[in-house]
Structures are given as structure tokens and as C-alpha cells.
Design a protein around this ligand. Structure first.
Ligand code: GCO
Ligand code: CA
Length: 263
């Protein structure tokens, strides 16, 4: 077996929402394997510049572009700029996402729509405009970042679960429509990871912290680096006949019903 199967050297990868957290960790995985990274964020140029320098300090080739993944006109302009200035995008990771933890009965419709807009509509917008060009080149990799909530419900995250469940089906539909162009569309479903997004529910003594540890067969939170293997697999030739799968990197959560307190 040759590791060449997993080669992503000199591939260009656009990772949305990659200034921190899982997005940046997945990006770095590809970058350390030799890909050129196009990082993205929308909150501040400063955060993007910081992430780019952090990558460069680790010997990774990286540039950054600020745009709002939910605004089609901004996406169109950014993609043509990226392809003109950096080169053709070989790998797209739709990672940008938000969460609002509110019981459905208390949730404003505008908040529900905001979550669906970023977590579900945006991957459609960005993919549409990146994949148009991949079709011409007859190759490409798209990875949609799903969630445990693509499969499971949980109190207070209804809008997020609706969007992430939808993203799983969007992944299968994209795979269905684009496989014939030699474009593989798959997803990664992270389990519970130690990031800023989960910081409020991860603090010591918080009941959710103990719940996750006991609910996860691996008995720990994921480290963002735990996602790098799946990212490289789904970005490389190794996955050229893998279409429409969600790879759950979850320490076994979806494999089990859980366990009683005394086990
Ligand atoms: C929550 C968490 C999740 C995770 C993750 C699980 O409140 O339940 O924040 O939504 O972030 O997506 O896979
Ligand atoms: Ca399933």
C-alpha cells in the first residue's frame, strides 16, 4: 500500500469558518500534509490574519479571505478572487456554523432562521459556486461538517439539529448529483469536542460535562486534531469511490445507547 493514496500536496483547500476551533484544526491537518489553505471568517480581518500567521509559523502555506458565506454575492466575488489569486479550489470544507441553545418554545423565529441560514443554506451557496468550476475540471472534494445532531435530538438545540439533519441529506443529494463529474461529496460528523463552542457546557462540575464523558465510549471529549485523519481521507484519492457518507468521529457515541450510572 502506498501513502500516495492520501496525498494532498499542492491541493488548494477552502475551509469556511476556519479562524479557530474545528475548522482551523481540520485546515491545519490538510496544511501539514502539504495542501495550500484558503482560510475564511467573517467577524474580523484580524482573526483571519492571526490564523494565517499561526499556520505559517507551522510551515503551512496559507492565505485568508473575509466573506459572509450566507451572502451569495459576496461568495461569488470571493470565489472568483480566490481562483484568480491562489488557483483552482480542489477541496471545499463547509464548516462555518453557529448554534443557539434555546428551548423551541422560547425561540424566536428569526433566531431559528438565522441558524438554518448559516448551517444549512450557506453550504448550498458556497458549494454551488465552487462546484460549478470543479465540474469543468472534472474533479473535486466537498466535505460538509455535520454533527451528532444530524442523527440525534437534544434539548435546546432544535434549530441546529434541524439544520445539521438537513445538511446530512444535502450531502447525500450533492453526492447523487455530482458523482458523475468525479466530485465526491461526504460529511464529517464530529462528536463532542473541546472547542470554544462547547466551552460553556464543558466546565468542571457542569452536569453536561459528566454526561458527555459517560455517554462517550472513549470516555473523553475529542481534541480538534482527532478530526484530521478523516479530513485527509475525504480530501484525497483514497476516497475517490466514497460518495455521500457521513464519517462520524465521535469516540463511539452513535454506536451505543449509553450505560447505567454504576458502569
Ligand atoms: C450541543 C453541542 C453540539 C456540538 C456538536 C455535536 O450543545 O449539543 O454544542 O451541538 O457542538 O455539534 O456533534
Ligand atoms: Ca444513519
Amino acid at each position: 500500500m502506498s501513502l500516495d493514496l492520501f496525498n494532498v500536496k499542492d491541493k488548494i483547500a477552502l475551509i469556511t469558518g476556519s479562524t479557530h476551533g474545528l475548522g482551523l484544526a481540520m485546515a491545519k491537518g490538510l496544511g501539514l500534509a502539504g495542501a495550500t489553505l484558503v482560510l475564511n471568517g467573517n467577524s474580523s480581518q484580524d482573526k483571519i490574519d492571526k490564523a494565517v500567521s499561526e499556520c505559517k509559523a507551522e510551515g503551512i502555506k496559507a492565505v485568508g479571505y473575509k466573506f459572509n458565506v450566507a451572502e451569495e454575492s459576496e461568495v461569488i466575488a470571493a470565489i472568483s478572487k480566490i481562483e484568480a489569486e491562489v488557483g483552482p479550489i480542489d477541496i471545499l470544507i463547509n464548516n462555518a456554523g453557529i448554534i443557539k441553545r434555546t428551548p423551541l418554545l422560547d425561540m424566536e423565529v428569526s433566531d431559528f432562521k438565522a441558524v438554518v441560514n448559516i448551517d444549512l443554506v450557506s453550504p448550498f451557496i458556497v458549494s454551488k459556486h465552487v462546484v460549478k468550476n470543479m465540474v469543468k475540471r472534472e474533479q473535486g472534494k466537498v466535505i460538509n461538517i455535520c454533527s451528532m445532531m444530524s442523527e440525534l435530538g437534544r434539548s435546546n438545540v432544535g434549530a441546529y439539529a434541524a439544520a445539521k439533519g438537513g445538511l446530512k441529506m444535502l450531502t447525500q443529494n450533492m453526492a447523487t448529483e455530482w458523482a458523475k463529474y468525479n466530485i465526491q461529496v461526504n460529511g464529517i460528523g464530529p462528536g463532542y469536542f473541546a472547542t470554544s463552542q462547547t466551552a460553556p457546557i464543558r466546565v468542571d462540575g457542569h452536569p453536561f460535562n459528566d454526561f458527555i464523558i459517560s455517554r462517550t465510549p472513549a470516555a473523553r471529549w475529542g481534541n480538534p486534531e482527532d478530526l484530521q485523519g478523516a479530513t485527509i481521507f475525504l480530501s484525497s484519492k483514497a476516497s475517490d469511490f466514497v460518495n455521500g457518507h457521513i464519517v462520524y468521529v465521535d469516540g463511539g457515541i452513535l454506536a451505543t445507547i449509553g450505560k447505567p450510572a454504576n458502569e
